[in-house]
Design a protein around this ligand. Structure first.
Ligand code: 13P
Ligand code: SF4
Length: 304
């Protein structure tokens, strides 16, 4: 049944000149038929170079918006219009404009998990895999980091030569994890290395053997000579790793590490989006796009 639907999607994809991009947090049945699966940074790069005229984004809204910014000539479809990252909408553009005005000597660094309107206020965007490198490379000493205080705190610990101002934003899924969760997992699996996403709280991150993006975590586990790992990010990554490294053992840090927004994207949504009968075609005001894309292009320039 799943295989039949996947086959139909693959045929339609060719017929309708569609590229399917999937974030690694989406379910395995979607990742299997995607042209490309990756972290936010890799998806942005791929969006720029995909030869197809239509891109179907299996992920959350800000990811589809990023594709539209980088490839305005393409039709970009968000497979499930309900999939939005709650962190991306935590602060209104008016509020950020006010904070920015109060800090004129700060570079505004926006996590890519932000709306297109918020990106128009940013000097540069970052992803979890590029944030440290980009903040280090910026000429400004003062950085206003929005919206994730946990990613911002991690970057600050790695770039101590700069001044950071942060807001109290963050990912509700990763921020739920406590130090106690990590200590229990380490007690249950004493030989395992602990790999974590920087969206977790600083007291969780400081217990990690490796801190990185979703792709960074997978690459680290694959190359490591260790045999066991506790995975401190969305549990889809545990499934990918079980598939990629069948001879190693992966333990989810918590059953709570599930992103509802990524999980509501279904194979049926993908079918409808590829067929042209479902999903949401992303539309963006050209003045917003032209301004917002500058922060993404600068991210690619400094993060590459
Ligand atoms: P990555 O950049 O690691 O893919 O993270 C995106 C995200 O939303 C993590 O919660
Ligand atoms: Fe947003 Fe968190 Fe879901 Fe990532 S895991 S998409 S940051 S809510």
């Amino acid at each position: 049944m799943i295989k039949d639907l996947q086959q139909k999607i693959l045929e339609l994809k060719k017929q309708n000149d569609v590229c399917i991009l999937a974030h690694s947090y989406t379910t395995a049945d979607i990742c299997e038929i995607a042209d490309f699966t990756g972290d936010s940074y890799a998806l942005s790069i791929r969006a720029k170079t995909a030869p197809q005229s239509t891109v179907v984004m299996c992920g959350v809204r800000f990811m589809a918006e990023t594709v539209k910014m980088l490839a305005p000539e393409k039709k970009v479809v968000l497979a499930n219009p309900q999939a939005g990252c709650p962190m991306a909408e935590q602060f209104s553009p008016a509020y950020i404009a006010q904070i920015k005005a109060a800090h004129p000597h700060y570079a505004v660094v926006a996590y890519v998990n932000t709306t297109a309107e918020l990106k128009t206020l940013a000097d540069v965007c970052v992803t979890s895999s590029s944030a440290v490198k980009i903040c280090r490379a910026l000429p400004e000493k003062n950085i206003l980091f929005i919206p994730d205080i946990n990613l911002g705190s991690y970057v600050k610990s790695q770039v101590p030569e700069k001044n950071f101002k942060m807001l109290e934003g963050g990912c509700p899924v990763h921020a739920k994890i406590t130090r106690g969760d990590v200590l229990s997992a380490k007690k249950a699996h004493p030989a395992a290395l602990f790999l974590v996403h920087p969206e977790c709280r600083p007291e969780v991150v400081e217990l990690a053997d490796y801190v990185g993006s979703t792709s960074g975590i997978m690459d680290f586990a694959e190359k490591s000579s260790a045999r066991e790992f506790i995975i401190g990010t969305e549990n889809a990554i545990v499934c990918h790793l079980n598939y990629r490294c069948p001879d190693k053992r992966f333990y989810p840090l918590s059953k709570e590490l599930l992103c509802r927004d990524m999980k509501i994207v279904s194979l049926h949504d993908v079918y409808a989006a590829v067929a042209g009968t479902g999903g949401e075609v992303i539309r963006m005001d050209e003045s917003v796009r032209a301004k917002a894309v500058k922060s993404i292009e600068r991210m690619i320039e400094l993060g590459g």
